[in-house]
Write a protein that binds this ligand. Structure first.
Ligand SMILES: Cc1cc2nc3c(=O)[nH]c(=O)nc-3n(C[C@H](O)[C@H](O)[C@H](O)COP(=O)(O)O)c2cc1C
Length: 201
């Protein structure tokens, strides 16, 4: 089988694992990457799966962590605190690669992780956290909400800012090839040892 320009040797499970985290890492850094805006799924308080698009802010391959930012008043935060099992789905049509990650999420609010992420955020991104009333509230008219009016009000939005960090416990990779698809799965145990297997695509 020829090497893939992104993955390299498609018959090497270790290479697929490394390349998957490289794609996630690049997805967080590159706003134009298809991996920048995955679908994130949490479980509703009644157990329903609930999905939405988020911006991937960071991926640390060694920690197997994925980070995004959200408003602590948004329903997904209560959902994650209630049941931390979450999943992400990424698809890059140019690379023809889908990656699905499952893991356990932690909400960082008013701690060092949140403070560092807030410090690195752009002014435009910070604006959202000063929205009043809270995201998801029912309003009578579509513009019945206000964004922060000045720098002090934007800074006050930090009280609503959360960084959600997920430690990936299962990663599934699917590569769509003309001559045949390829699929692999990696499951990490509590010691960080991965069980890597090929799956029928
Ligand atoms: C391209 C795009 C990027 C988004 N990024 C985020 C994000 O990083 N964090 C976030 O909380 N919501 C983000 N949203 C909005 C969410 O999809 C969702 O509508 C909102 O967070 C409410 O979700 P919830 O009610 O399930 O908590 C984004 C939406 C789009 C379309």
């Amino acid at each position: 089988m020829p090497a893939d320009p992104v993955i390299g040797d498609l018959s090497d499970l270790a290479r697929v694992q490394t390349a998957s985290f490289e794609m996630l890492h690049n997805g967080a850094k590159d706003r134009r990457s298809a991996f920048h805006t995955p679908v994130f799924v949490s479980l509703g308080l009644d157990g329903r799966p609930l999905s939405r698009v988020i911006v991937l802010r960071a991926c640390e391959p060694l920690q197997r962590s994925l980070r995004f930012h959200t408003d602590c008043r948004s329903p997904k935060v209560e959902q994650i605190r209630h049941d931390p099992r979450v999943s992400f789905t990424f698809y890059d049509p140019a690379a023809k690669v889908q990656i699905r990650c499952e893991g356990q999420a932690v909400v960082h609010h008013q701690d060092d992780v949140a403070a560092k992420a807030w410090d690195m955020s752009q002014r435009m991104s910070r604006m959202c956290y000063g929205t009043a009333p809270a995201p998801g509230q029912v309003i009578a008219q579509p513009d019945d909400f206000a964004l922060p009016a000045d720098d002090d009000a934007i800074a006050a939005g930090e009280q609503h800012f959360c960084a959600v960090v997920t430690r990936v416990t299962t990663l599934e990779w699917l590569w769509l090839g003309h001559g045949g698809h390829r699929r692999a799965r990696f499951i990490w145990d509590a010691n960080g040892q991965a069980e890597a297997v090929w799956l029928v695509p």
